[in-house]
Design a protein around this ligand. Structure first.
Ligand code: ATP
Length: 256
């Protein structure tokens, strides 16, 4: 599905990514975990073709970036990020925000086909927000806004769904509600790539984890193999004890 080979990404003489090799296969769902500034978002931008590596190859759904029309490939990739949310119009009703996902538009300048409106409402119902369809985006809670963006990304039936810290800024209740909806994606044929710096967001859906630090992968593979105290120390410089509970990893921070 996604293959990054010998990637280097250099900006202002800084190695932002170095020696990155990552192969995400069909049926896998990955979390990219690392501290602030470790290069997670840059990795996602390479997968989306919004950035190109200084060296190495990016191949997505059989298309080698640089030798294909990236805009065509993007039609199969849903992307959820704060910067995309900021492009939305807070004065638009929620159903319309979701409907724009059908064509990856930011907003409509013509009539919206009835079937697209109905699909948008169905998508909202799938994340349990059907009752808010006529409310304006700006009046929703932070958690509801994130769910609207999830529904919007699902409008175009993506093969790959890339999420950049979708749960950031949410309280415990809102975060868990959002994670429940994301976990439901296991019932669909979507490959999920999820960036976070919070270990407890690794819900049962996820099969694999890539740990990144200062632009290099510390470890990448099945979650139970990658997530252990030693690797987490390398990634976060914090001594922790890790415990699995209901297929989710939880950490306790140990004294220095
Ligand atoms: N175009 C660019 N030019 C210069 N520096 C850049 C560029 N893009 C990213 N960086 C730098 O690369 C580093 C990695 O950034 P990135 O946003 O990928 O990290 P991140 O792991 O997503 O961080 P966070 O968790 O804080 O969002 C940062 O130090 C950032 O300042």
């Amino acid at each position: 599905m996604i293959q990054l080979k010998d990637i280097a990404y250099i900006r202002d003489n800084r190695n932002i990514l170095q020696d990155v090799n990552l192969h995400i296969k069909e049926g896998e769902h990955w979390v990219i975990l690392g501290k602030n500034g470790s290069g997670k978002t840059t990795l996602l931008e390479l997968m989306n073709g919004y950035e190109f590596p200084t060296a190495g190859k990016v191949q997505v759904l059989g298309n080698l970036y640089g030798q294909c029309d990236v805009r065509e490939v993007r039609k199969s990739i849903g992307y959820i990020s704060q910067s995309l949310f900021e492009k939305m119009n807070l004065a638009d009703p929620v159903w319309e925000i979701v409907a724009t996902g059908e064509y990856a538009f930011l907003r409509f300048y013509q009539d919206i086909p009835e079937e697209v409106i109905e699909k948008a409402v169905r998508m909202l119902e799938s994340v349990r927000l059907g009752h808010l369809k006529d409310q304006l985006l700006g009046t929703l809670s932070q958690g509801e806004r994130k769910k609207v963006m999830l529904a919007r990304a699902l409008m175009m039936n993506p093969t790959i769904l890339i999420m950049d810290e979708p749960a950031s800024g949410l309280d415990l209740y809102e975060r868990e509600r959002l994670l429940l909806d994301i976990n439901e994606l296991s019932k669909q044929q979507i490959t999920v790539v999820y960036v976070t710096h919070h270990i407890e967001e690794i819900i049962p859906l996820f099969t694999h984890v890539a740990l990144i630090d200062e632009g290099k992968l510390i470890a990448a593979g099945p979650k139970h193999e990658v997530l252990h105290a030693e690797n987490l120390y390398k990634a976060f410089d914090v001594r922790v004890e890790l415990e699995w509970f209901q297929e989710r990893p939880w950490i306790k921070v140990l004294p220095e």
